[in-house]
Design a binder for this molecule. Structure first.
Ligand code: B12
Ligand code: SF4
Ligand code: SF4
Length: 313
């Protein structure tokens, strides 16, 4: 098995094979905000309150901590799909874990990468801009990626298996990447994601997906999963891979799926029974890497609920 990213040395920056980036001038921030507002004004963006709470801060403005920022750096970091074996009643259930696992890449690793390998000058400032921008549209407008019909961003060599980040800097790049938002060519004659989405969130009539029908909106967070989502629709320990896994643009990267460490019979039973234990939380952190023990009070019930549906118990 190839090394998992958190098992590699990241102190001097992320290996080049793991990331791609583009840079743009901050003068385009207003246009990015305009992009969102015009789609919203057309009534294509859901008013679901949970979804709105996720995007309300992303108003495309300069961060207070760096008001004289000149450029935005948008990065895509390859995040291979993981699977984990849950042992239960003598059988092994292999379950997908999409990008929610902790890949070991910290904000400091990203900043080091930017200063050492992108700006190549340590005297400049770099501030996290993740909470200020809508990352997919930024990535697509800078040409880092293209939209798939499933509204997910695809980057050459990574498919859609990636995390996006944005950083502001007071360094002014010579380049300024800015272009129209594009859809992947491979979507032109393909309807795979449209057909595979179990809830009909992707439609022919509107490019923007119906977020209210999108499974991760419900299974990433605590609470009851609505009845109208059929239990057979669930397919990952968190999130959903139905529109990505069979996508032809992911066929190559899907072969790079890696494995997390297996969950024992006893641990699986404890998760299903919702039995809290510090030892279990520690073991789950080491194996699943989805939540540190301090955050188990929030995430453990989510995992219990999702695993019960997946194992049909
Ligand atoms: C809110 C949110 C969610 C919500 C809503 C998803 C959504 N589609 O909006 C929920 C919880 C459902 C969710 C699910 C997922 N998410 Co999410 N999510 C976000 C968040 C916070 C904002 C997304 C957003 O901008 N929504 C607003 C909508 C309106 O924007 P949009 O989807 O880009 O839609 C644009 C296009 O439709 C375009 N458009 C309109 N018409 C047309 C026509 C043409 C021809 C073209 C080309 C474009 C176009 O205009 C729209 C507005 O700009 C970002 C983090 C961030 N800060 O940006 C992560 C983020 C987008 N999510 C991410 C991931 C990984 C996921 C999941 C894949 C997780 C999973 N495996 O289950 C799913 C994918 C679901 C899907 N099909 O989109 C990654 C994206 C990785 C990638 N490869 O794109 C992000 C960037 C987080 C990260 N750290 O990297 N997510
Ligand atoms: S499944 Fe087909 S239409 Fe959907 S994103 Fe992939 S290539 Fe595009
Ligand atoms: S993530 Fe799942 S529910 Fe959401 S659009 Fe894709 S297939 Fe449909």
């Amino acid at each position: 098995m190839s090394a998992r990213i958190w098992e590699t040395d990241l102190e001097n920056g992320i290996p080049e094979s793991f990331y791609k980036y583009r840079v743009m001038s901050v003068k385009h921030l207003q246009e990015l905000q305009g992009d969102f507002e015009s789609v919203d004004a057309d009534g294509k963006v859901s008013n679901n309150s949970v979804f709105r709470s996720y995007i309300q801060k992303q108003q495309h403005h300069l961060p207070d901590s760096l008001p004289d920022a000149k450029s935005v750096i948008v990065m895509a970091v390859f995040t291979p799909l993981m699977t984990v074996d849950f042992r239960h009643q003598g059988a092994i259930h292999e379950i997908m874990v999409p990008h929610y696992y902790e890949d070991g890449i910290s904000e400091d690793h990203l900043k080091t990468t930017i200063l050492n390998n992108i700006i190549r000058d340590n005297q400049y400032r770099v501030e996290n801009g993740r909470m200020h921008v809508l990352l997919k549209r930024l990535a697509v407008r800078t040409g880092l990626g293209k939209y798939g019909r499933n509204n997910i961003c695809y980057v050459e060599g990574m498919g859609s298996f990636l995390k996006l980040y944005a950083f502001f800097t007071d360094y002014e790049f010579d380049e300024d990447n800015w272009q129209e938002a594009e859809m992947m060519d491979s979507c032109k004659n393909c309807k795979v994601c449209l057909k595979q989405c179990p809830t009909g969130a992707i439609s022919e009539d509107c490019f923007v997906i119906d977020v209210e029908k999108c499974i991760p909106l419900y299974n990433e967070v605590p609470g009851e999963i609505p009845d109208w989502i059929d239990s057979s629709s669930h397919n990952a320990l968190m999130g959903c891979m139905r529109c990505q896994l069979p996508c032809p643009a992911n066929s190559e990267v899907a072969t790079q799926t890696q494995k997390l460490d297996s969950i024992t019979e006893e641990e699986t039973q404890m998760i299903l029974d919702g039995i809290s234990s510090d030892d279990l939380y520690q073991s789950l952190w080491e194996k699943l890497r989805m939540f540190i023990p301090e955050h188990a009070y929030y995430y453990f019930p989510v995992i219990t609920r999702n695993l019960r549906v997946l194992l049909q118990t």
